[in-house]
Design a protein around this ligand. Structure first.
Ligand code: MN
Length: 466
C-alpha cells in the first residue's frame, strides 16, 4: 500500500485516530455508555474539542467513534495544508480527480454476515430526543449509474426499519437520478453503505460536482495518491479498501416506508414522510471493526458539509469577480445559510453584484455579508463590527422576496425564502481617517517574553501602596 506518498495523517480512519490520540484529541468513554441518547450527549459535550471512542457501547462488542473533525484546522491538518490554503486544495482536488486503484482484497472482507439482524449486529445510536429510531449518520452511500457504471458517493441519513430494511432521505441530486433511472425500468438499484473511513473520504463525498463525477476519485486527489478500492460481494460497486464496515443492499423500486422525524443540521427536526427503502443482503466488516457515528448538527457534521460548499462558492464567485478573496459559511448559520465574503472593492456597487451572484451559487444561502479585505471573514466579531460601522440599511441592503431556500429552514414556506444581502464595505473615497481602522504601531511585533518580567509580590505591594 502506498502509505509513504500521503502528505497528511489521514490515510485511514485508524491512522487518523492514532494521530488524534498522539496529540491529546481523542477522549475515551467508560465502557457501556448507552446507545440511546447517552452516547450522543457525551460526544456533544466534547464537540469542538475532542473526538470520542466508546468501548462496548450499550454492551455491544463493536466500539463507536464520533467527532473525527472538530475544527476547521483539523481538516486542514488532515489534508496536509495551512488553513488559508484549504479551500484551494479542496477545489483543486475536485477539479483534478485521481482514478481509483482496484485491489483484490480488503480488511473489511474478513467477516461476512448473510443472516443477520441490523438492529443487533451494529451499534447504531439513537441521537436526538424525537428521532424515530436509531440512525446510521456516517454511512457513505455508493451507487452506480445503471447505464454507464460511473459511481456516486453521498452521505444520507438512514433509519433502521427492521432486521434487513432501512429507509433513507434522498435529496434530488445524483443518487436520486441513478435510482430514478432504475425505478423507471422497475429495477432495484444496488447500493453499498460504507461506514468507517478517514476524514478526507468523508469530505470528498460532499463535493459539489456534476453528476457522474466519482467522489472517491476526489478523495484520491485529496490523499495525493489513488484510493484503493475493492469490488463488493453482491454488486459491481467499488468501495474504499480501508473501510471498517460495508452494508450491501438494493434500493427497491416502487417501495416507500415512513421515515423520521429526525434531528437535522439546522438543529430542527425533519418531519416523518414516505421515503425510499434499502433491502439489505449482506454485511461485511473487519475482524474488530470500528463503527463511526456523526452526531447531527455538531461541528463534524457542519464542517464536512460546509468546507466543500465554501470551496465551490469561492471558485464560482472568483470566476466573475477576481477581487473576491475569501468566503466563509459561519457556524451560527449552520455552515449553510450565512455567507461572509471578503473582497478588495474596486468600484462602487460591486458588493451588491457579488451578493446577487452568491444567492445564485447555492439555494441554501440566505444571508450574505460582503466585507473589505481588512476584515477576517472567519471571525464573526469582525464581521459584526463591519456591519456595525460600515453598513446603512437604506443604502446597503439587498432584499429578494420569495426565492428558493432550504426546506430544512423552518422559517421558510416549504423552502420558499427571502434573501438578504449586506454590503458592509467602506466607500472607495472618504475624508482622512474616517474609515481608517485604529491600529497601534508595533502591536503585531510585540514579544511578550521580552516585554514582561515577573516582579516579587513585595515589590508590587510597594508600587501599589496608597
Ligand atoms: Mn455526486
Amino acid at each position: 500500500m502506498n502509505t509513504n506518498h500521503n502528505r497528511g495523517p489521514a490515510r485511514s480512519l485508524r491512522a487518523w485516530l492514532r494521530h488524534l490520540q498522539a496529540t491529546d484529541r481523542l477522549a475515551t468513554a467508560r465502557p457501556g455508555i448507552a446507545l440511546e441518547h447517552e452516547l450522543a450527549a457525551v460526544a456533544k459535550k466534547l464537540d469542538g474539542r475532542q473526538a470520542v471512542l466508546f468501548p462496548q457501547p450499550g454492551g455491544h462488542r463493536m466500539p463507536v467513534v464520533s467527532g473525527l473533525v472538530a475544527a476547521r484546522s483539523w481538516i486542514a491538518e488532515a489534508a496536509g495544508v495551512e488553513q488559508s490554503a484549504l479551500l484551494a486544495r479542496f477545489q483543486h482536488a475536485a477539479e483534478h480527480p485521481l482514478r481509483c486503484n482496484e485491489v483484490k482484497s480488503a480488511p473489511w472482507q474478513a467477516v461476512v454476515h448473510e443472516h443477520f439482524d441490523l438492529r443487533t449486529l451494529l451499534p447504531v445510536p439513537k441521537h436526538s430526543e424525537h428521532d424515530s429510531a436509531p440512525y446510521i449518520t456516517a454511512g457513505l452511500v455508493i451507487a452506480r449509474n445503471p447505464d454507464t457504471g460511473l459511481q456516486n458517493v453521498s452521505i444520507n441519513r438512514i433509519q433502521i426499519n427492521a432486521a434487513d430494511r432501512m429507509a433513507l432521505l434522498i435529496l434530488p441530486r445524483h443518487l436520486h437520478a441513478y435510482f430514478s433511472m432504475a425505478e423507471e425500468r422497475g429495477e432495484a438499484l444496488p447500493v453499498a453503505v460504507v461506514i468507517g473511513v478517514d476524514p478526507l473520504i468523508l469530505l470528498a463525498s460532499q463535493a459539489v460536482v456534476p453528476v457522474d463525477h466519482d467522489e472517491l476519485e476526489i478523495a484520491g486527489a485529496l490523499h495525493g495518491v489513488p484510493l484503493d478500492v475493492v469490488k463488493c460481494a453482491t454488486s459491481e460497486i467499488r468501495v474504499p479498501a480501508e473501510a471498517e464496515i460495508v452494508i450491501e443492499g438494493r434500493l427497491l423500486p416502487g417501495v416507500r416506508e415512513p421515515e423520521g422525524p429526525f434531528g437535522e443540521f439546522p438543529k430542527y427536526y425533519s418531519p416523518r414522510e414516505s421515503r425510499e427503502v434499502i433491502a439489505v443482503d449482506c454485511i461485511s466488516h473487519r475482524l474488530s471493526p470500528l463503527y463511526h457515528t456523526i452526531v447531527p448538527a455538531e461541528m463534524e457534521h457542519l464542517l464536512l458539509g460546509g468546507i466543500p460548499r465554501e470551496a465551490t462558492i469561492l471558485s464560482h464567485l472568483k470566476r466573475s469577480f477576481t477581487d473576491v478573496l475569501d468566503v466563509h459559511l459561519s457556524t451560527g448559520g449552520v455552515c449553510r445559510y450565512h455567507l461572509y465574503v471578503q473582497m478588495r472593492k474596486r468600484s462602487a456597487g460591486q458588493p451588491k453584484n457579488v451578493i446577487c451572484a452568491a444567492f445564485g451559487a447555492h439555494y441554501d444561502i440566505k444571508h450574505v455579508v460582503v466585507v473589505d479585505d481588512d476584515v477576517d471573514v472567519h471571525d464573526p466579531s469582525q464581521v459584526e463590527w463591519a456591519i456595525a460601522t460600515r453598513f446603512q440599511a437604506d443604502r446597503d441592503l439587498v432584499m429578494i422576496p420569495g426565492a428558493q431556500g432550504s426546506v430544512l429552514d423552518p422559517s421558510t414556506e416549504h423552502g420558499v425564502s427571502a434573501k438578504l444581502g449586506f454590503d458592509a464595505t467602506k466607500p472607495l473615497k472618504y475624508e482622512e481617517h474616517r474609515f481608517t481602522r485604529v491600529r497601534i504601531p508595533g502591536e503585531q511585533a510585540v514579544d511578550l517574553e521580552a516585554a514582561l518580567q515577573p516582579l516579587a509580590a513585595q515589590a508590587i505591594e510597594e508600587l501599589l501602596r496608597e
